[in-house]
Design a protein around this ligand. Structure first.
Ligand code: DAH
Length: 357
């Protein structure tokens, strides 16, 4: 009997130590302490022993039973804890926000100026309108009072597209967005339309693709005074200068009557351009009252509606504001230039925060 007790202890403890799952532990329990288990059989055998022998054997068998049930329980707890630890590791969720890496990219000066334009004009009640870069002849020219034989067409250095449908061009200005806005909705209208335009021209101050912003206001009583005030308000906000002087020179555009070219007063102090005052002049845009024929082409009665339009080179504005000298640098994708002139991605222009960085 004493050998049986020691042998069973050793066997079952070894089995327990080898058990790697809760099911294996349970199998050891059933084999030792279950109804047909080895230890249970020993306990039963006690009853059949003569009294003297039983007194000697009983405490040892009882002790074995208690030791084994304690060992089984301990092994069970160890395995459960290990299983939980594994599960916690596998299902771990990082609830903390990742620290964003230092942004590598930057906002291109053109995008920045477009954002500034949208911000300034939104404050004046203008919506942002868009049109396609591949335009048809009618929207780009004819509807704007530039009929097929008009000499103004030659000035546009137009890129014509081959293939069908015929008459497609890369828009030479943002003015066709005026047409699309007037044919697409009823006045009153107040929009700006920034975007890419294309002309076959390339030197230090011309690139085949560049950017313009178009402005259009149509209402019943809109006049040149509104145009001048709007442009002054815009230029003041854009350059962050209060003593802005605008000079409106008579000019000609087929789609406006009267037409003006607008110069902004500036000075060249120490070779650097300063907007403000009237020491010198820089042309910044073309504008005028929308030609009655353009209104009529869009289905608006010129006796009822009138308004102003303007068109302005965005690249030019950026160069003036940020002191860049060569237009081609805008399109070189030179990282050093972009890092020098670019803007931080989260640095969004707001009127309250100021336009000038
Ligand atoms: N579309 C003209 C150009 O590209 C610019 C322009 C002039 C637009 C006068 C206008 C305007 O809206 O009124 O040269």
């Amino acid at each position: 009997m004493s050998e049986d007790v020691d042998a069973l202890r050793a066997r079952h403890l070894a089995e327990l130590a080898a058990a790697q799952t809760l099911e294996a532990v349970e199998a050891v329990r059933v084999a030792a302490l279950g109804r047909a288990g080895t230890v249970t059989a020993l306990l039963r055998a006690l009853g059949r022993m003569p009294a003297g022998e039983r007194l000697a054997a009983a405490p040892r068998v009882q002790a074995l039973r208690e030791e084994l049930s304690a060992a089984i329980e301990a092994r069970r707890r160890t395995l459960a804890a290990e299983a939980l630890a594994l599960r916690l590791e596998a299902e771990r969720m990082d609830m903390s926000l990742p620290v964003p890496p230092e942004p590598q990219g930057s906002i291109h000066p053109i995008s920045r100026v477009m954002d500034e334009l949208a911000e300034i004009f939104a404050d004046l009640g203008f919506a942002v309108a868009e049109g396609p870069e591949i335009e048809d002849d009618w929207h780009n020219f004819t509807a704007l009072n530039i009929p097929p034989e008009h000499p103004a067409r030659a000035m546009h250095d137009t890129f014509y597209l081959a293939g069908d449908p015929p008459g497609r061009v890369l828009r030479t200005h943002t003015s066709p967005v005026q047409i699309r806005t007037m044919t697409g909705g009823r006045p009153p209208i107040r929009i700006i339309a920034p975007g890419r335009v294309y002309r076959s021209d390339s030197d230090a101050t011309h690139t085949p693709m560049f950017h313009q912003v178009e402005g259009l206001v149509i209402d019943r009583d809109t006049h040149m005074g509104h145009l001048k005030w709007t442009l002054e308000t815009f230029v003041k906000a854009f350059f962050g200068v209060d003593d802005v002087v605008l000079r409106l020179r008579p000019s000609f555009f087929p789609f406006t009557e009267p037409s003006v070219e607008v110069d902004v007063g500036c000075s060249w102090e120490g070779g650097r351009l300063q907007v403000g005052g009237a020491a010198s002049w820089l042309e910044i845009l073309g504008a005028g009252m929308v030609h009655p024929r353009v209104l009529a082409n869009c289905g608006l009665d010129p006796a009822e509606w009138q308004g102003f339009a303007f068109g302005c080179g965005i690249d030019r504005l950026a160069m003036l504001k940020y002191g860049m000298t060569d237009l081609r640098a805008f399109f070189d994708a030179d990282l050093r230039w972009l890092r020098h002139h670019g803007f931080r991605a989260l640095d969004v222009p707001t009127l309250s925060g100021g336009m000038a960085p």
